[in-house]
Ligand binder design. Structure first.
Ligand code: BDP
Length: 717
């Protein structure tokens, strides 16, 4: 008999490490026969954590305490370890199988010991064994067969990092799920159990680095007082293979009152960083390195002293080098005087290609502008052939309705990673470039801004968890599909019922496109009310910086819509490899979803559907709202499979989302109508209000007061 997994009250705290008993009784029986005992031989803290996780996980999934031993495995034991820490594993002669798996990979297989069948999780290192343990648990959580186990897995990227934008006062920039997880007031003395659960969650995905603080960095993060607290966190994370990194403020030598400049070429400044960095390593011997936002949005940097980004980054790289640390140098730069913001990062960084030290990695947002619902890829990825590069994605939904809208980011990540750049002919996808396969770069990585907080479920909207999950899985293997990640997450987080999985997977897979459609379809971008980035305000103009207005991005006029980035415009298209520049530059060849990113097109332009641009635009905005409604219907049908708490929460949030989607749609359609001069075609529901109403709403409803979901710690002017 199948038991429908209508679980007891749940608050989402466990995330996907929710080891509830396997609901399918037949499957449960089989698993119980196939795993009779746990044999872990290594004694390191990491091996103890692996053993504890397996005890906890298998105990829960198999609904009975797991027998354990340190030798003489029983029939169908699960044997875990490395050739170094386990005589049993060493005797299996796995060296050649393990050779290809590196320091973090693992294998999971069925083997024989003394002619008895056993299951084995083996790795070269303890951390590999821990990763393999989480993978093994995932097999049961997603109800996979253990009959023919032969899994060999190793990460494709080296640095798999989460970024927190946490301020020292615990307010999180673009965080929508409570205060910072790091309780500086009680650290280092009190280590909340949450810290370890946080480490487990990340380690279960293979994430091996965390940047604890905001890129708009407070210099005090490097003070002894904070380093002592950070060291306490690092101690908790270490057994899980997670290194701590910090965002630094480039002006630190000045802020500390030690020097009156921060010029990277000044020997006193260099010395200052060497000494401070040594101090950091005194506290945290395996510290990862620095993340730097320099000369961007008002942050200090090397350009303040007439130096360039490479000078700036290399100075820090020098200080970190003796300790094996790295610099993640962000490429998120744009200046008000550059004409087209799209061009900014490329114009600044391309001339520096090959000039960065080898322990510097350029951390580049997926798109050229800023985490928009859809962007073409940043042209830097296809061009910086002599520089280490890593991806920066955003999990926190700054531009996707915060913690109120359901917008699974897996499809965005996948779209970005699979984009063919033609940098060196076919096969030059972003994923392959990140892996170092295309340009032979030495250091590789992927980061995501995650911004969880003290909300019981970590992320506010329960489905934001799924984007964290997908990010982690794709950072391990960029070829994992958004759909596969969604399915795993659903099974682990809710239910293995096929009747639940299929419709929910569809819901998740359309959710990002829905968000694009009701906000900024066909390549429109950045139509937000400025500062909070929640609601629509496509009419925003006359701000202190033109590139903070909305009209800068959409260029609506009587003659049409969109930003001309071809030769007749800013020519940003020329920053792409020639094959792609040709496609993007041709109004008939460019993918329609990117059309208005690259072309200013007449309202009557014929689209592939046969509709005019105006009609298609209206159609997409309405489609977005309809997709949200379809998501609501799909969710409502899942009541039997979801605990009442999470069911009610998601249902309510989908109602908010529908309301907001309509506001977005009507605001944008009515606003663009003032330029197109055309009516909304028959058959679409009419906006309930006029444009003035929506303009007023954007000024009143989305005021970034601290209590408001649209609030943020730092509000741009
Ligand atoms: C923008 C955010 C801002 C961040 C910035 C960044 O609005 O809060 O500081 O990105 O990535 O999207 O540095």
């Amino acid at each position: 008999m199948l038991v429908i997994g209508k679980a007891k009250a749940e608050d989402g705290y466990e995330m996907w490490l929710r080891y509830h008993a396997v609901a399918n009784e037949q499957q449960l029986k089989t698993y119980r026969q196939q795993i009779t005992q746990l044999v872990v031989q290594g004694e390191s803290v990491t091996m103890q954590k692996a053993a504890a996780e397996l005890q906890r996980g298998l105990g829960g999934l198999l609904a009975k305490p797991m027998a354990s031993a340190t030798q003489h495995p029983a029939k169908n034991a699960l044997v875990v370890g490395t050739p170094k820490n386990s005589a049993l594993i060493a005797a299996l002669g796995l060296e050649s199988e393990l050779a290809a798996l590196g320091d973090e990979g693992y294998l999971i297989a069925n083997k024989l010991i003394n002619k008895r069948p056993i299951r084995v999780i083996a790795a070269n290192t303890d951390i590999g064994a821990l990763y393999g343990s989480f993978h093994f648990l995932r097999l049961l959580q997603t109800q996979q067969s253990l009959d023919k186990l032969a899994i060999h897995s190793a990460p494709k990227l080296q640095h798999r990092v989460v970024n927190h934008w946490d301020n020292l006062n615990r307010v999180i920039e673009r965080g929508y799920a409570g205060l910072s997880l790091w309780d500086w007031g009680t650290l280092p003395d009190y280590k909340s159990e949450r810290y370890e659960d946080y480490a487990r969650i990340n380690a279960s995905l293979g994430i091996n680095g965390t940047v604890l603080n905001n890129v708009n960095a407070d210099p005090r993060i490097l003070s002894d007082q904070f380093l002592e607290k950070i060291a306490a966190l690092a101690d908790v994370f270490r057994p899980y293979g997670i290194k701590v990194y910090l965002s630094i403020n480039y002006n630190s030598p000045r802020a500390f009152g030690d020097l009156d400049l921060a010029d990277p070429l000044d020997p006193r400044v260099q010395q200052w960083w060497k000494e401070r960095t040594k101090k950091v390593y005194d506290y945290i011997p395996d510290f990862g390195g620095y993340l730097v936002k320099a000369n961007s949005e008002g942050q200090p940097g090397p350009q303040d002293y007439g130096r360039n980004h490479a000078d700036g980054a290399n100075m820090l790289a020098d200080a970190l080098k003796p300790f094996g640390g790295v610099v993640f140098w962000r490429a998120f730069v744009y200046h008000p005087d550059i004409g087209d913001r799209f061009r900014g990062a490329y114009d600044e960084f391309m001339p520096l290609d090959g000039k960065f030290a080898d322990n510097v990695i350029l951390q580049i947002k997926n798109g050229p502008i800023d985490f928009q619902p859809r962007e073409p890829f940043s042209p830097l990825f296809a061009s910086m052939s002599k520089t280490n590069m890593m991806m920066e994605f955003q999990v926190t939904q700054e531009y996707f309705g915060f913690a109120t809208h359901l917008a699974y980011q897996g499809p965005l990540f996948e779209e970005s990673l699979r984009t063919e750049t033609y940098a060196k002919g076919e096969g030059s996808t972003i994923g392959n470039i990140l892996e170092g396969k295309v340009f032979n770069t030495k250091r590789t990585g992927m980061a995501a801004v995650i911004n969880p907080g003290t909300d019981r479920n970590w992320t506010g909207h329960p489905f934001v968890q799924s984007s964290w999950y997908a990010f982690g899985r794709m950072a391990w293997d960029h070829e994992i599909s958004a759909e596969a990640a969604a399915e795993e997450w659903l099974r682990m987080t809710f239910s293995n019922e096929q009747k639940f999985i299929e419709p929910m997977k569809n819901l998740m897979m359309i959710s990002r496109e829905a968000g694009v459609n009701y906000r900024s379809p066909l390549g429109l971008t950045h139509l937000y009310s400025q500062g909070d980035h929640y609601g629509p305000a496509p009419w925003t103009e006359n701000l202190e910086r033109a590139d903070w207005t909305a009209i800068y991005y959409h260029r609506a006029a009587k003659d049409g819509l969109g930003f001309d980035r071809t030769k007749t415009g800013s020519n940003a298209i020329a920053q792409y490899p020639a094959t792609l520049a040709k496609i993007y530059g041709d109004v008939n060849a460019v993918p329609e979803e990117l059309l208005l990113w690259f072309h200013h097109v007449s309202w009557d332009h014929k689209m592939k559907s046969g509709r005019t641009l105006w009609e298609e635009l209206v159609h997409k905005y309405y489609e977005g709202v309809e997709q949200v409604r379809a998501m609501q219907t799909a969710w409502d049908a899942q009541k039997a499979y979801v605990d009442p708490e999470r069911f009610a929460q998601v249902k309510a949030l989908l109602q908010v989302q529908e309301r907001d989607a309509i506001i977005w749609r009507d605001s944008c359609v009515l606003y663009f109508q003032t330029y197109s001069g055309k009516s909304i075609p028959a058959g679409y529901e009419k906006p309930k209000h006029d444009l003035d109403y929506y303009k007023t709403l954007s000024r009143t409803r989305y005021v970034p007061e601290p209590w408001h979901p649209a609030s943020s710690s730092r509000v741009l002017k």
